[in-house]
Design a protein around this ligand. Sequence first.
Ligand code: AMP
Ligand code: MG
Length: 330
Amino acid sequence: MVIHEPIILGFEGTAHTAGVAVTQGKKIIFNKTATYLPEHGGIHPREASEFLSKNFPILLEQMVYETPFGMKKIDAVAFSQGPGLGPCLRMTATIARAISLLLKKPLIGVNHCIAHVELGRMVTPAYDPMVLYVSGGNTQLIAFLNGRYRILGETLDIAIGNALDTLGRSLGLPHPGGPHIEQEAKNGKNVLPLPYAIKGMSFSFSGVVTAAQKLISKHEVADICYSFQEYTFAALTEATERALSCTKKPSVLLTGGVAANTRLQEMVQGVASEQSTKYYVVPKNLAGDNGAMIALAGVNMYKKNNFISVNHSHVKPRWRTDQVEVNWIH
Ligand code: AMP
Ligand code: MG
């Protein structure tokens, strides 16, 4: 018997990235993004949502031309319902609702953080991993237990990606700063003293940013970047190791935009090996926000009929990872 794997159209739009994707089962058929780059400073929510409104139709048109079946065989429409910036979430939800009504196909509201995890579970062999999810807007240690993804540790202020981008701006590096800090750090030789960002199993990065900003003009940029990475990544890695040691999960999964950082990968791989645990990282091209992660989470949710009506599709800017009932893992 041939089982028809559902074909899901996914929309990502929680902050800076408009993503449209089509997946069938684990197969990514189409996945394109457009990313808003602020002219000055950080992300302006209204400008970002205007960017999404201009780019979703363009990406959708490309999808129609570049996939063999266009809109014709879509089984459901998945979208990032939260957490994220209100104006961006509302824009994305509006488009997803319209397409769902047009195609008369069910709507799936996906939690963005869980989508980063589901993507990792779909594109790597990880099944029940200890997840270190590091991105521009979120930093969480996540593990599945009794029907939900539980948060074992998280940032108490800003996300690690946001911290890297803020420091990058102060150093005059282009946005987003994360990849530029990684390159600069490769030439760093001296570890400068900075605060250690761990609080129990959670993190606090804003004080480390302030301390690093105070080093500017007194020290080499490369040394500041190197030190910042060493201190903040050590905190992330330490909490991951403790979580692995307590839960004995069979693998560790690194996901989210900052997962593209090779120094962080090296450190997390190190603790995985110490704990005799398998190590997986999402591919670099799928680490940052994208539509495929929403569509892939949508595939798992579709199989358990996790649909919402348009009337109940209001956006959830503060939707937490542990508020979602995960009925697709046993
Ligand atoms: P996301 O929010 O998941 O789309 O991830 C975006 C974040 O990933 C931004 O804060 C980027 O600075 C960060 N990022 C991307 N590549 C790297 C890298 N190689 N090293 C550190 N941070 C990175
Ligand atoms: Mg993200």
